[in-house]
Design a protein around this ligand. Structure first.
Ligand SMILES: [Zn+2]
Length: 80
């Protein structure tokens, strides 16, 4: 796949904040995963299996992320 990130060091992993959608270094983001109850919990070790959601360290993103509901089930398919 072609790479278009000439402005970033190629070896630094980048992740997108799910709130502001800004791409940041992985080190400045926190990873969250769902626990068995479907609650988002912080993945302090960054190694939990499954889907992860990254949030940057901005206070407003962290606040908004508290209300973030990933994977909300869409009944009936396309209703966006
Ligand atoms: Zn953010």
């Amino acid at each position: 796949m072609p790479r278009r990130e000439d402005d970033a060091a190629p070896h630094v992993p980048m992740r997108m904040c799910v709130i502001c959608r800004e791409r940041r270094h992985k080190a400045t983001l926190s990873r969250h995963v769902k626990d068995e109850q479907g609650n988002l919990i912080i993945d302090a070790t960054m190694t939990r299996p499954g889907r992860g959601w990254y949030v940057c360290d901005r206070p407003e993103c962290l606040t908004r992320f508290a209300k973030f509901r990933p994977g909300a089930r869409r009944k009936g398919g396309k209703n966006v």
